[in-house]
Design a binder for this molecule. Structure first.
Ligand code: FES
Ligand code: ZN
Ligand code: ZN
Length: 312
C-alpha cells in the first residue's frame, strides 16, 4: 500500500487510507495539537506536570507537550515530569531507567515518588494484604494510590495541570467498563479533561492523546526511535479491563472505527453526565480527615488502604 498523500510506501493503514512515515508523523502531531487547542488543555503560563511512567504513551505525551510549547512560543521551563514507582518487581525499575534518560535528554526535571515511601509497602507486597478478603487484582490498589500520589505531589510541585498519556483505547475501555458496571457516576469524570469541578484540592488532569489509538501511539514512539521497552504491566494480563480490551480489539478488527465511535458517542453525553454529577451533593469533594487530601468521604480510600497495611 502506498501513502494517500505521496507515492512513498505506507507505514500504517488508517480509515481514510495509508500514510507514509513522514505524513503519519505530521498527522499524529496535528491530531494531538488540535486536541490541546480544541479543549484548551494547556493555558498560557500554566505550570504543567506530565505524569510519566517511561512507557510509550507517557513519553510521547511528554515529548509532544514540549513540542507544542515550543511551537507556540510558550515557556518550556514550566514543564515538569512526575513518576510514581508502584513497586512492581521486574517491570517498573526498567521503565524508570528509560524514563530518567529520556527526561535528561529532553531537559525536563523529573520527580519520582514511590508507594513504598508513602504507603509503607510496594504494590507487590501491599495488594495481597489489602485485597485479602476480596480476591481483587492489584489494579484497584494501584489505581487509587497512583491517582492519590499524582494529585498530591503535582499540587506540591505547584502544577496547574496534570497531563496524562491516556489514549483512545484507554478511554474506550473505561467508558465500556463503567457502562457494564453501571458506574454512571464515574463516567462523568472521563473525557479529555478529567474531574468534575475546579477545586483547590484537585489538580485537573488533561489528556492530549485522547483521540490517538494505541497502535498509533506505538507506531509514533517507534518511528521517533524513543529508547523504551514496549512492555506492559505484568498485572495487566488479568482482570476485567483486560477482557474489555480484548473484546474491543476484536470488534475493532472486524468493524473499523468501533473505539472512535464509542468515544464520540460518549462525548455527546458527557455534558449531561457532568451536570448530573455536579448536582449530586454526595460527590462533593471535601478534605480527608486523616491526610487533608481530596476525598468524597470522611477518610479517603488511600488512607483506608494505608491503615489496612499498618494494622496487618
Ligand atoms: Fe493493574 Fe498494573 S496494576 S495493570
Ligand atoms: Zn506520504
Ligand atoms: Zn486521606
Amino acid at each position: 500500500m502506498s501513502c494517500s498523500k505521496c507515492q512513498n510506501s505506507a507505514v500504517i493503514a488508517l480509515q481514510h487510507g495509508g500514510l507514509c512515515k513522514n505524513h503519519f508523523i505530521d498527522y499524529f502531531e496535528e491530531k494531538v495539537f488540535k486536541t490541546i487547542n480544541k479543549y484548551q488543555l494547556i493555558g498560557r503560563n500554566e505550570k504543567l506536570c506530565v505524569a510519566v511512567s517511561g512507557g510509550k504513551d507517557s513519553l510521547t505525551v511528554l515529548y509532544l507537550t514540549k513540542k507544542y510549547l515550543e511551537k507556540n512560543n510558550l515557556p518550556t521551563n514550566n514543564l515538569i515530569a512526575l513518576a510514581v514507582d508502584e513497586g512492581i518487581d521486574n517491570y517498573r525499575e526498567k521503565t524508570l531507567v528509560d524514563l530518567k534518560k529520556f527526561c535528561q535528554e529532553h531537559a525536563v526535571p523529573l520527580t519520582i515518588v514511590s508507594f513504598e515511601q508513602e504507603l509503607g509497602k510496594t504494590l507487590d507486597k501491599a495488594y495481597p494484604i489489602i485485597n485479602k478478603d476480596t480476591n481483587k487484582r492489584p489494579c484497584n490498589v494501584c489505581g487509587v494510590w497512583r491517582r492519590y500520589l499524582l494529585n498530591k505531589h503535582a499540587k506540591k510541585l505547584g502544577a496547574d495541570k496534570v497531563i496524562t498519556g491516556h489514549n483512545l483505547d484507554d478511554e474506550a475501555q473505561a467508558i465500556i467498563m463503567n457502562m457494564f458496571k453501571a458506574n454512571t457516576k464515574l463516567a462523568g469524570r472521563l473525557g479529555p479533561i478529567s474531574g468534575l469541578e475546579e477545586h483547590d484540592l484537585f489538580v485537573q488532569r488533561v489528556k492530549p492523546l485522547y483521540f490517538c489509538a494505541e497502535k498509533e501511539v506505538r507506531l509514533y514512539a517507534l518511528l521517533q526511535k524513543f529508547q523504551i521497552e514496549f512492555t506492559e504491566c505484568p498485572y495487566s494480563k488479568e482482570g476485567y479491563r483486560h477482557h474489555i480490551q480484548e473484546m474491543l480489539n476484536d470488534f475493532e478488527q472486524k468493524y473499523k472505527g468501533t473505539k472512535q465511535g464509542i468515544v464520540n458517542s460518549f462525548l455527546t453525553m458527557l455534558p449531561l453526565l457532568k451536570d448530573q454529577e455536579n448536582q449530586t451533593a454526595e460527590t462533593k469533594i471535601r478534605s480527608c480527615s486523616k491526610c487533608q487530601e481530596a476525598s468524597n468521604k470522611d477518610i479517603c480510600n488511600a488512607c483506608v488502604m494505608k491503615e489496612t497495611i499498618q494494622n496487618a
